[in-house]
Design a protein around this ligand. Structure first.
Ligand code: URA
Length: 480
C-alpha cells in the first residue's frame, strides 16, 4: 500500500470516537488510516468522557492533526470475516486499549491475511478474550435484568436497573424489544439508558441506582416463580455461582431466597426421589404467581412456538369459570383469552342467555398457542392429551385460587383438562358433572366447532349450545 501525499510525516493522529460503542465510526476511520498507510504507533483512539458513558462526546481538541484522506484509486483494506465479527464485539468492551488493539490487528492483517487463525498470536488471543467477556456480559444482561412495575402518566411501566461491565446497552436493546414487545419498559444503567414504549426505542443519559424503583409486586412474582422452578436435583452451588455471579444478586429479588433454597435443597430432592423423579412444584397461591409460572413454563414443547403465554382473565371469586382449549392466533398476539372469532361468538351467546362475561373467569386448558406455520398463516393444532395433562397443573391452580361454583368446559380438550380423562361430548354434555371440590362442571361444544359448520348443521349445534349455556346460567343462579 502506498503512503498518501496528504499524510504529514511523523505526525500523530488522534481519532475521537463520538460514542464508546461506535463500531461503524471506528471501522471507517481505521479503513481511511490504513489506506493512508498510517502505522498503529502513530494513531490514538479517544473515547468520550473517559468513563465510557454513551453520551459525552467532547470532539477533537484544537491543534490536533486532521486525518489524512486516501486517494481515490487506493487498494481496498483486507479484513477477514472472522476479524470483522470479533472486532464488532470487541469494540464495545470497556478496555480503553481495544480500538488500538483492533487497529494494530487490522494493520497486521494487510500483510498476514491468515493471522486470525493463529491463536498463539498475542493480539489474536487478546481479541478472543475480549470477545468472550463481551458475550458473557450480554448473556448476563439477558438473564439478570429484572423489571419492577411502576405506574406513570402513560400507565404501566416496567423499569430495570442493570450494571453491565461493557458498552453493551445499545447493542442489546433489540433483544429486550423482541422479548417484551408489548410492554413499556426502561433499562437504566450507569452507561446510558434505553426506553421502549411499544413502538419506539429511545435513549437517555446514564442513570444512578437510586433512579430505579426498589421493590414491587413483580418482585413477589419473581420470587414465587423462582421457588417453583428451583430444581434441587440439579443444584450445583459452584456452577450456580459462576453462572449467576454475586455482583448481580443485589438486583435480583429472588437472590435473597438462594441461601434458604440451598439449605432446603436436600429435603426437596428427597421429595423428588419419592415422587419418582417428577418435578415437584409448589402450587401457586395467587393469580400473579400462576401467571409468572405459565410465562416461564417449558414443560411441553408448545411453549416454544408461541408469542406469549395467555393467562386466564377474571377475578378471584368469580362464580363461573369458562374453560376453552387453548389460545388461538389472535389470543396469542393480544395475550388474552377468547378475543378472536371464537371469542366473539362466545360473547354473543353469553349475552344471549344473560351471562355477564365480565363477572366470569375465562381461561384455557392449555396456556400456549399450538400451531403450524403455512407461509404467513399460523394454523391451529389440537393439543395432544399429554400436553393437556401437563398443563392441567395450571388450570387446577386457577380453580383453587378462583374457587368458581360452576365450571363450563368448551369442547373435549377443556373437559379432559378438568376431569383428567377422555370425555365424550355427546354423552356428557348438558348435565352437571361433580368436581372434586364440590363445584359442578358443565360440558358443551367449543364455539370454534360452530364456526366451522354451516346451514342446518350449524343451526342445530347453535341451538344445543344456547341450551347448554342457559342451563349453566340457571345453575349459577341456584348455586351463587
Ligand atoms: N379458542 C380457545 O379455546 N380459547 C381461546 O382463548 C380462543 C380460541
Amino acid at each position: 500500500m502506498t503512503a498518501m501525499q496528504n499524510v504529514s510525516l511523523g505526525a500523530h493522529y488522534v481519532v475521537h470516537l463520538p460514542r464508546p460503542d461506535d463500531f461503524a465510526f471506528w471501522r471507517e476511520r481505521a479503513r481511511q488510516l490504513i489506506q493512508c498507510d498510517v502505522p498503529p504507533d502513530r494513531v490514538s483512539w479517544a473515547e468520550p468522557g473517559g468513563t465510557g458513558d454513551l453520551f459525552a462526546y467532547e470532539g477533537p481538541s484544537r491543534g490536533e492533526k486532521r486525518l489524512p484522506v486516501p486517494e481515490a484509486d487506493v487498494a481496498e483494506v483486507r479484513a477477514s470475516k472472522r476479524f470483522m465479527q470479533l472486532a464488532r464485539n470487541v469494540s464495545v468492551h470497556s478496555d480503553p486499549e481495544r480500538f488500538s488493539l483492533l487497529y494494530r490487528t487490522l494493520w497486521r492483517l494487510q500483510s498476514r491475511p491468515g493471522m486470525m487463525q493463529d491463536s498463539a498470536d498475542t493480539d489474536v488471543r487478546r481479541i478472543e478474550e475480549l470477545d468472550k467477556e463481551v458475550r458473557r456480559d450480554a448473556h448476563k444482561m439477558h438473564a439478570f435484568v429484572r423489571f419492577r412495575e411502576v405506574e406513570d402518566e402513560g400507565g404501566e411501566h416496567y423499569v430495570a436497573w442493570f450494571e453491565p461491565d461493557h458498552h453493551i446497552v445499545r447493542r442489546e436493546a433489540g433483544f429486550f424489544m423482541r422479548r417484551f414487545a408489548n410492554m413499556h419498559w426502561s433499562i437504566l444503567t450507569p452507561r446510558g439508558c434505553i426506553h421502549w414504549d411499544g413502538t419506539t426505542m429511545r435513549e437517555s443519559p446514564p442513570a444512578r441506582r437510586e433512579d430505579a424503583p426498589a421493590g414491587d409486586p413483580v418482585e413477589a412474582l419473581w420470587k414465587s416463580y423462582y421457588v417453583s422452578i428451583f430444581n434441587p436435583a440439579r443444584l450445583k452451588v459452584g456452577a450456580m455461582l459462576s453462572e449467576m455471579p454475586k455482583k448481580y444478586w443485589k438486583n435480583m429479588p429472588e437472590a435473597e431466597l438462594i441461601p434458604d433454597l440451598i439449605a432446603g435443597a436436600q429435603a426437596r430432592e428427597a421429595g423428588m426421589v419419592a415422587a419418582g423423579g417428577r418435578k415437584v412444584r409448589e402450587v401457586p397461591s395467587s393469580l400473579e404467581e400462576i401467571e409468572a409460572g405459565i410465562i416461564a413454563c417449558r414443560d411441553c414443547p408448545i411453549a416454544e412456538c408461541r408469542t406469549q403465554a395467555v393467562m386466564g382473565e377474571g377475578a378471584v371469586g368469580a362464580y363461573l369459570m369458562i374453560v376453552g382449549e387453548q389460545p388461538g392466533d389472535q389470543e396469542d398476539l393480544v395475550g388474552k383469552p377468547f378475543v378472536g372469532p371464537a371469542g366473539q361468538l362466545l360473547d354473543e351467546y353469553l349475552a344471549g342467555v344473560g351471562i355477564d362475561r365480565g363477572a366470569t373467569y375465562v381461561t384455557n386448558a392449555v396456556k400456549h398457542f399450538k400451531f403450524v406455520a403455512r407461509g404467513k398463516r399460523r394454523i391451529h393444532q389440537t393439543p395432544q392429551a399429554k400436553e393437556i395433562d401437563i398443563c392441567r397443573f395450571w388450570l387446577e391452580a386457577e380453580r383453587k385460587v378462583v374457587v368458581p361454583r360452576v365450571v363450563l368446559a368448551l369442547g373435549a380438550s377443556a373437559a379432559r383438562a378438568l376431569l383428567g380423562r377422555t370425555v365424550s361430548l355427546a354423552k356428557e354434555r348438558g348435565r352437571p358433572v361433580p368436581l372434586d371440590d364440590g363445584s359442578e362442571l358443565w360440558i358443551t361444544a367449543h364455539p370454534s366447532y360452530l364456526l366451522r359448520l354451516d346451514g342446518e348443521a350449524r343451526a342445530a349445534q347453535e341451538e344445543l349450545f344456547a341450551r347448554d349455556l342457559a342451563a349453566v346460567k340457571a345453575r349459577t343462579e341456584v348455586l351463587a
